[in-house]
Design a protein. Structure first.
Length: 186
């Protein structure tokens, strides 16, 4: 009987954990779909996560991949104004007006370079099992574009990867997104 109760407890904990893991990705997709349904046609979904890393006092959210979510923000333009919507797996959204947005226009301007990247390379960078990662997805009308960068590309691996024509553009975009988010969160 003790074995059965232990097994039942493990299954219960696993199911609760799996539901929470699944939540932030579904929630993000739901919020993007909701914005698009009210005719918001320019959205950046920025999210960062890490594996095997220390996390601040923020509640921990886990991705389906098992990584820990550290940032999950939508930056979007609606009726000529820019906003950020910051939320995590606990769905406590914080919507803020952004007086000036540099990341959306820049992302749109580098889209041809990213399209050229996608035509030339399917996958260039080595997989990491730990450390930090950043993603940004641009939803612009019916178009989408994606960037992905391990944090080491911005630091020690940068010397190796800078030869690729898109890396500096991606690093600059991530810096602009960070600036937009930081200005908003003050």
């Amino acid at each position: 009987m003790r074995y059965f109760l232990t097994l039942l407890f493990i299954v219960f904990i696993y199911n609760a954990f799996a539901q929470k893991e699944n939540g932030v990705e579904k929630l993000s997709k739901y919020k993007i779909d909701s914005l698009q349904s009210i005719h918001v046609d320019t959205i950046i979904h920025y999210y960062a996560y890490c594996g095997e890393c220390e996390i601040s006092a923020k509640p921990q959210c886990y991705m389906l991949s098992g990584y820990t979510l550290t940032e999950n923000v939508l930056i979007y333009k609606q009726q000529g104004k820019y906003y950020t919507l910051d939320f995590d797996c606990n769905d406590k959204p914080a919507k803020r007006l952004l007086n000036d947005c540099k990341s959306i226009p820049y992302f749109i301007s580098v889209t041809p370079i990213l399209i050229a990247r996608d035509k030339k390379w399917k996958y260039v960078f080595a997989l990491q099992s730990d450390g930090g990662f950043e993603h940004a997805d641009l939803y612009w009308g019916k178009k989408t574009q994606h960037i992905y960068m391990p944090e080491t590309e911005e630091t020690d691996l940068y010397k190796t990867y800078r030869k690729y024509f898109w890396v500096n553009k991606e690093i600059n975009l991530l810096k602009l997104i960070a600036t937009d988010i930081t200005i908003t969160n003050k």
